[in-house]
Write a new protein. Structure first.
Length: 300
């Protein structure tokens, strides 16, 4: 049974884009995934994204994706929203992944802008619509032109919002002006997809976060959102500033690499990354330790 949601926060308020734990030999670690998911929900997340970019979705098989959804839903599905990444740059494949995620028990779908083939806006509308039509699950569109090569125009978001199951947008565009207009005109539930902009996004109408830092500071993120929404903007700003070293440290290099390294330092399930990602160097690990410690994260 999915957790309670509202039209304002259809997927919760603090969501972490969860890494996919692997065993030492690179195999999918389902027990580790369940233990990590439980830890993240206990720490304050009310939603988890699995099979997203941070979950190394480009290097996991369709079967592994379905297994991961089932495992995480089994572990925390009664306490947190489990959102499955289903976006690829092939519409038919995305539809197949969406249906498999629904069958595996996901509560919603995250669908990224098709990458590499750089479709026009009409292609984006048809792509997202096809995926949303394929299941009964609510959909969060994911706008990240730095990875996909194509931004979703405001007019396109307005059109997509007319679909009854396209209910939210994860914004990693880094354009607060465009976001302001899209929030005002589309009515989509807006989630910040860039940790450094979480607080500014709240100020223009975002309802929550899809975070990488939520692996480590979910409680702080919730406190920041609660403070801002209750009108204590000074407290929200203070928390934001406290977390700046964490936001910076995680993204000094590729975020999956740093997140898995930090989870390992905490004794939590993560394991290695899959190529083409690589493990952090000793120097990068030491810098990460300094960054996280400066932001109040306890390391082992």
């Amino acid at each position: 049974m999915a957790p309670t949601s509202t039209p304002q926060t259809p997927f919760g308020r603090v969501l972490t884009a969860m890494v996919t734990p692997f065993s030492a030999d690179g195999a999918l670690d389902l027990d580790g995934a369940q233990r990590l998911a439980t830890h993240l929900v206990d720490a304050g997340n009310d939603g988890l994204i699995v099979n997203g970019t941070t979950g190394e979705s480009p290097t996991t098989s369709d079967a592994e994706k379905a297994q991961l959804v089932r495992a995480v839903v089994e572990a925390v599905g009664d306490r947190a929203h489990v959102i499955a990444g289903a976006g690829t740059n092939h519409t038919h494949h995305s539809v197949e992944l969406a249906r498999a995620a629904e069958k595996a028990g996901a509560h919603g779908l995250l669908v990224v802008t098709p990458y590499y083939n750089k479709p026009p806006q009409e292609g984006l509308v048809r792509h997202f619509t096809a995926v949303a039509d394929a299941t009964d699950l609510p959909v969060m569109v994911y706008d990240i032109p730095g990875r996909s090569g194509v931004a979703i125009d405001t007019e396109t978001l307005v059109r997509l919002a007319e679909h009854p199951r396209i209910v939210a947008n994860k914004d990693a565009k880094g354009d607060l002006s465009a976001a302001s207009w899209a929030i005002a005109r589309s009515g989509l539930a807006w989630y910040s997809g860039d940790d450094m902009l979480n607080l500014p996004q709240l100020a223009i109408g975002a309802v929550g976060f899809v975070s990488v830092a939520g692996h480590f500071v979910a409680g702080d993120l919730r406190a920041m959102a609660d403070a801002f929404l209750s009108g204590d903007h000074a407290e929200a700003t203070a928390i934001h500033q406290k977390l700046l070293p964490v936001f910076t440290g995680i993204f000094r290099t590729q975020g999956v690499m740093t997140t898995k390294a930090a989870l390992g330092l905490q004794g939590l399930p993560a394991g290695p990354v899959r190529l083409p990602l690589v493990e952090l160097t000793e120097q990068e690990t030491e810098q990460l330790k300094r960054d996280l410690t400066a932001g109040g994260v306890q390391l082992g």
